[in-house]
Design a protein around this ligand. Structure first.
Ligand code: ADP
Ligand code: ADP
Ligand code: ZN
Length: 215
């Protein structure tokens, strides 16, 4: 199964991705997590990506597309994968289609998690993430069992530098301009499904499963 998760920052893509990945036994590929890992390890890719991410801008397509093609060519992607945060531009979506066409493959579903704007700021400023495994928590809506520690791996939870009000607002503008057009893109290819991301985390997951279960 090959799935794309679409939706604005704070929609709950990462949260749902962790559960989908376990249930359907497919790797969760988050370009944001890959960039953050590279930044913390100060790799050449991390050095290039850091300023864009801190400013709430997208990392250039060339860097991102090559990174994803590389990742999708790995052995663990043979039976499918879940893309979280990629594609984020029409150019990335076209590059992905071209890559898949060349392998006689295609995406099964682009799943859009919809949330009203007024929920996003509180979700983002209360988010805490585990740098080790990428799990995300919320101080109010999804707190970890032990404060500051990841339930899954025991890693330290941090607040992302780009999860402040000002950068979140910039990221939403970037989403509207550069990523939102993908909704139309996948709709025109009959690949789009939509879930209501305003519901509680478990309820959203139930609805996600009823969509993916039909595949
Ligand atoms: P995204 O990957 O789309 O940016 P996340 O999955 O990291 O979003 O979720 C953003 C924040 O909102 C996190 O703090 C997460 O715990 C919280 N969250 C996710 N889904 C829900 C939900 N359905 N209801 C309330 N809070 C949620
Ligand atoms: P969120 O889950 O809050 O939407 P991500 O963790 O997916 O955020 O992404 C964080 C940042 O990493 C983005 O604001 C952007 O700078 C960069 N990034 C992630 N994925 C991509 C992508 N596909 N193209 C360009 N930049 C990306
Ligand atoms: Zn963790």
């Amino acid at each position: 199964m090959k799935i794309i998760l679409l939706g604005p920052p704070g929609a709950g893509k990462g949260t749902q991705a962790k559960s989908i990945s376990v249930k359907y036994c497919i790797p969760h590929i988050s370009t944001g997590d890959i960039f953050r890992k590279n930044i913390s390890e100060k790799t050449p890719l991390g050095v290039k990506a850091k300023n864009y991410i801190d400013a709430g801008l997208l990392v250039p397509d060339e860097l991102t597309i090559d990174l994803v093609k590389d990742r999708l060519s790995k052995e663990d992607c043979k039976n499918g994968y879940l893309l979280d945060g990629f594609p984020r531009t029409v150019k990335q979506a076209e590059a992905l289609d071209e890559f898949l066409n060349g392998r006689q493959e295609s995406i099964d579903t682009a799943l859009l998690i919809e949330v009203p704007r007024e929920l996003i700021l509180e979700r983002m400023t209360g988010r805490r993430v585990c740098l080790a495994c990428g799990a995300s928590y919320h101080i109010k809506f999804n707190p970890p069992k032990n404060e500051g520690k990841c339930d899954s791996c025991g890693g330290e939870l941090i607040q992302r530098k780009d999860d402040n009000k000002e950068t979140v607002l910039d990221r939403l503008t970037v989403y509207d301009k550069q990523t939102q057009p993908l909704v139309k893109y996948y709709k025109s290819k009959n690949k789009l499904s939509i879930v209501d991301g305003a519901l509680a985390i478990d309820k959203v997951f139930e609805n996600v499963c009823s969509i993916l279960g039909e595949q």
